[in-house]
Design a binder for this molecule. Structure first.
Ligand code: TYM
Length: 341
């Protein structure tokens, strides 16, 4: 027990003194990644991964997506699209790890152990469950225990920092609670992770102004072919102020998205056009569409390349999975020793 305790202490001490951190985050393969995933989690995580002192573990939460997606072909397509997105945005898989959650089965074993330390009310209070709990017949047990699998995802890899959007804050709190409870009872076993939520992009609005989410059908998928992408952008909901009248950019969904992607001067220019009048929402949408095309031209090409070369994708994922498994096995052994298994 004492020796195990030293491992955690030493790890924390070493990472602190060397100013290094293990960064970990996941994206569910419940659809293709959208602009909310991108700005809320993927880009901030890739930024952190560029610091050589950090080690980054980014994964595709394909087990989580089974709570909603039952069709294997759809899931595989989503998994590939998610992996292709990480790669298109330059995630360096030589220095870091990219993997499919399901390929490191240790996560399921740890989830069972953690289930036995998770109080029922904690899960009953989770937003992910509460949102759907008005129709309990539609809730499967996987959805109910979703936060426990997520806790396993994180603490199985001794992660320090978890970059996520605001909607995941509660899940990280649950993770910390479960890990602290376990540590309290068995001595330090898990690193206690911290969420990193970028204030500027914590909730990206969708085409209807609500949080952009696969389940609300209000997403913008920057990798769609031009015509389909334009259709999504044109579907952004606006008010009915006539074209010639001045408009308030600060209450407009189109402007809200534009300002997240554009340069300062581009934003100022668009603001002026809104305030001057004779500038319609259709014009603003067209500018937003063109900005997405030009800003992400390279990434759109790379994405298509990886989607057409699944063998290349798989090779990168398998490399990551091998390394991820090695970490997971060590941590799981630590847990089993504590539990007497
Ligand atoms: P998911 O797949 O719903 O979303 C992936 C990431 O994108 C962020 N995000 C957003 N950020 C800002 N604005 C939005 N509109 C928006 N929509 C989504 C999410 O906050 C998230 O960071 N349970 C997780 C996946 C997961 C995970 C993990 C994450 C499983 N295990 C371990 C971190 C660590 C989820 O469903 O995210």
């Amino acid at each position: 027990m004492e020796q195990e305790q030293n491992i955690i202490d030493r790890m924390v001490y070493l990472r602190k003194t060397l100013d290094m951190a293990r960064i970990l985050t996941g994206i569910q393969s419940s659809g293709r990644p959208h602009l909310g995933n991108l700005l809320g989690a993927i880009l901030p995580a890739i930024e952190l991964s560029k610091d050589e002192k950090n080690e980054s573990l980014f994964f595709i939460a394909d087990l989580h997506s089974l709570t909603t997606i039952k069709d294997p072909a759809v899931r595989t397509e989503n998994v590939n699209a998610t992996a292709a997105t990480w790669l298109a945005f330059g995630f360096d898989t030589e220095q870091n790890l990219l993997y499919r959650q399901s390929r490191v089965t240790e996560v399921c074993e740890l989830t069972w152990f953690l289930n036995c330390f998770t109080p029922y009310p904690m899960l009953a209070n989770a937003h992910s469950f509460k949102e759907k709990s008005d129709k309990l017949s539609d809730v499967n047990a996987g959805l109910f225990t979703y936060p426990v699998l997520m806790a396993s995802d994180i603490i199985l890899y001794d992660a320090d920092i978890v970059p996520v959007g605001k909607d995941q804050r509660q899940h990280i709190e649950i993770t910390r609670d479960i890990a602290l409870t376990f540590n309290h009872r068995y001595g330090d076993t898990f690193i206690i992770p911290e969420a990193k939520i970028d204030e500027q992009v914590m909730t990206i609005p969708g085409t209807d102004g609500q949080k952009m989410s696969k389940s609300y059908g209000n997403t913008i998928d920057i990798f769609l072919p031009d015509k389909a992408l334009r259709k999504q952008v044109m579907s952004i909901v606006t008010d009915s102020t006539p074209l010639e009248e001045p408009k308030n950019p600060d209450t407009c969904n189109v402007f809200a998205l534009y300002r997240l992607l554009a340069s300062k001067s581009q934003v100022q220019e668009m603001r002026k056009k809104y305030e001057q009048g004779n500038y319609g929402y259709g014009h603003a949408k067209q500018e937003l569409f063109e900005l997405i095309l030009s800003k992400y031209e390279k990434q759109r090409e790379l994405f298509n390349h990886y989607m057409e070369h699944a063998d290349e994708l798989n090779q990168k994922l398998e490399n990551g999975e091998e390394k991820a498994r090695a970490i997971a096995q060590q941590v799981l052994a630590r847990v089993k020793a504590k539990l007497g298994f």
